[in-house]
Design a protein around this ligand. Structure first.
Ligand code: ADP
Length: 598
């Protein structure tokens, strides 16, 4: 029953994307199946009967001419559909499914990426999505045409030899049951090998993606990865051998069943009744034998297609769970829209534990960020600074406590508008294969105003001198995925593009998560100067493990193991002589030593 529901779910989606595709595919299979019936049962019966009765040849010739016209017409339609239109339909279906999948993937909570069960589902759905759409349409088209053809042949047989029908049908039911078991085995095998597929995908990514290219060449990390690859292939082979061994035996028993039950018994009865009992004349026996053969071939195909139908149903279930996943953090369509003004932020006793972790990453954080304040979160790597930013951006929801924007819980705001109040750069920001302008705006350039915003932002981030040396300036394509002549900038220059995104986004709060980690001290200083100028009227939340970059902040929060252990201005904290002062001195000393060495 679930298979029916799932196949119909997918057919509905396909119908919405391309109704003519569904109509033409069904028509194609209907012509294919009914032509077989028409030629071998009805046409042959007409001819044999005409010979038996001595019918006028002109009538036979007229019919043959009509048959020829029908053959040419249906042949032309099938050739057009199969060789051209079907390809267009496939592209449309793939586009619809991929679009739906991408939309869902973007909507999913960030925590989904850390949940192996969900990630496995996503991996399975994405690896299958391009093959299944058309397979499902083809399979349903075939099944429908087989059913129609089988029903007609049942009526034909019932007129002479009804006993043949239950024999063929019992065999069909048995082989369908065997096929159901085979489909389940194939699916289970795919599920059991998903962790290996995931591991192999990861290894493929590390080898092909530029992000990993430097480390791969510098060290010997490739070898342990290769070992993992080898291990996963062996494991996948072992699992596959187990499932497909059983599947092979089921296939053999099914073949025996079909051949014995339908071909031997059913046809044997008809031939015996004709020869021994003279139960019908030649035209009748030709009709019944051919109708029985068509019914058998339909049952045989039905059973094959049923196995695909059930298998498709299982895969669709996967896709459906993914498509129907309800994110925990939702858009909140009726939520409040933040006013286009400066904002204050308050964190009240905020604690947070990542899914699957037992220890909280943030513990009892309380702070007030008045509008326009420049604050810095500092602390060692792993202290919880980025997690704090993710909570403020509502990429995750707090486990305990609450975050308020202008005194209202951030969960009460419309999500996209709330997030739009922030301009953020993350440590692990990404540059897209697009031009500089779009990389800064993070949307297509629509008019001259957009161009100006992007240019001003690039100037503020200190990258304009470099952009001016590029032949296509702001229109320079970055990365080489879509353009062999795309430009690759240095790590620091890419970081400036990420900083420019904050300037370009006209939001009143800027969050900068380690924006200067790839810059040398002089560039870092310049970037700060520019940033402070460009963000003069914004609230700025600044995250760094380099304490030197926080000295000008209005207030500094020092985090350690998920807690705020000190807070105050730079001079207050230095005067206090606590952990901040100790870390600051240590970093300054390291910096002086490395300067001296250079
Ligand atoms: P910081 O920005 O101060 O370097 P993070 O906020 O990135 O620190 O990380 C704080 C702690 O949370 C670290 O121990 C890190 O391992 C852990 N952590 C970060 N992201 C995740 C995650 N997605 N799942 C589980 N633990 C995480």
């Amino acid at each position: 029953m679930k298979s029916f529901k799932n196949n119909f779910y997918m057919l509905r989606l396909i119908w919405k994307a391309c109704p003519w595709g569904v109509i033409c595919e069904t028509l194609h299979w209907l012509i294919h199946r009914t032509s077989e019936l028409f030629y071998s049962v009805f046409l042959l019966r007409f001819i044999v009967k005409a010979i038996e009765n001595g019918t006028d040849f002109s009538k036979v010739a007229m019919l043959l001419f009509l048959v020829l016209a029908y053959g040419v017409g249906t042949g032309a339609f099938s050739a057009w559909h199969w060789n051209w239109y079907r390809r267009k339909v496939k592209l449309k279906i793939d586009e619809m499914l991929l679009q739906k999948m991408y939309e869902k993937a973007v909507e999913c909570d960030l925590s989904c990426y850390e949940n192996p069960e969900f990630y496995d589902k996503y991996t399975r759905a994405s690896s299958e999505i391009l093959q299944r759409g058309m397979k499902i349409l083809e399979n349903c088209g075939r099944m429908f045409s087989i059913l129609i053809s089988a029903i007609i042949s049942i009526f034909v047989i019932a007129a002479w030899e009804p006993i043949v029908i239950p024999i063929v049908l019992v065999c069909a039911v048995c082989s369908i049951m065997i096929d159901k078991k085979r489909s389940k085995l194939k699916y289970d095998c795919m599920v059991d090998t998903t962790p290996q597929t995931r591991a192999q995908d990861y290894i493929k990514r590390t080898v092909f993606l530029q992000d990993y290219a430097k480390e791969m060449r510098l060290g010997k990390i490739f070898f342990p990865l290769l070992n993992q690859f080898d291990k996963s292939v062996k494991q996948a082979l072992k699992t596959t051998r187990h499932y497909y061994g059983i599947e092979a035996w089921l296939r053999v028993s099914r073949e025996l069943f079909m051949s014995f039950g339908t071909y031997l018994v059913a046809q044997g009865i008809i031939v015996f009744r004709y020869i021994e009992q003279h139960a019908y004349n030649l035209s009748d026996v030709v009709t019944i034998l051919n109708a029985a053969t068509v019914l058998q071939s339909n049952v045989y195909s039905l059973s094959w297609n049923m196995s695909d139908f059930i298998e498709n149903g299982l895969y669709i279930e996967n896709l459906k769970t993914f498509f129907e996943y309800k994110p925990k953090i939702t858009e909140n369509e009726n939520g409040i829209i933040p006013q286009n003004k400066k904002h204050s932020l308050t964190l009240k006793n905020v604690s947070f534990t990542y899914d699957g972790q037992t220890k909280p990453t943030l513990k009892n954080i309380s702070l007030d960020i008045p509008e326009g304040q420049k604050i810095a979160f500092v602390g060692h790597n792993g202290a919880g600074k980025s997690t704090l930013v993710k909570l403020i951006m509502r990429l995750y929801d707090v486990t305990d406590g609450e975050i308020l924007l202008d005194g209202i819980n951030i969960k009460d705001y419309k999500l996209s508008d709330y997030r739009h109040s922030f301009g953020t750069i993350f440590q692990d920001f990404k540059i897209f294969a697009s031009d500089i302008e779009e990389n800064v705006l993070l949307h297509p350039t629509q008019n001259a105003d957009d161009e100006k915003i992007a240019r001003d932002a690039v100037t503020a981030s200190g990258l304009m001198d470099k952009v001016n040396t590029l032949p296509r300036g702001m229109k320079t394509q970055l990365m080489r995925e879509f353009d062999d002549e795309g430009t690759i900038l240095s790590g620091g220059e890419f970081q400036k593009i990420a900083v420019a995104r904050v300037f370009a986004k006209q939001s009143s709060i800027a969050i900068l998560d380690e924006p200067s980690s790839a810059l040398d001290p002089i560039s870092e200083y310049e970037m700060f100067e520019n940033m402070m100028k460009a963000c003069a009227d914004k609230t700025v939340m600044f995250i760094s493990h380099r304490l030197s970059s926080a000295v000008n902040a209005d207030i500094i929060y020092l985090l350690e193991q998920g807690e705020i252990i000190e807070q105050g201005t730079h001079s207050e904290l230095m005067e206090k002589g606590g952990r901040y002062a100790e870390m600051f001195e240590m970093q300054a000393k390291q910096y002086r030593e490395s300067e001296a060495q250079e």
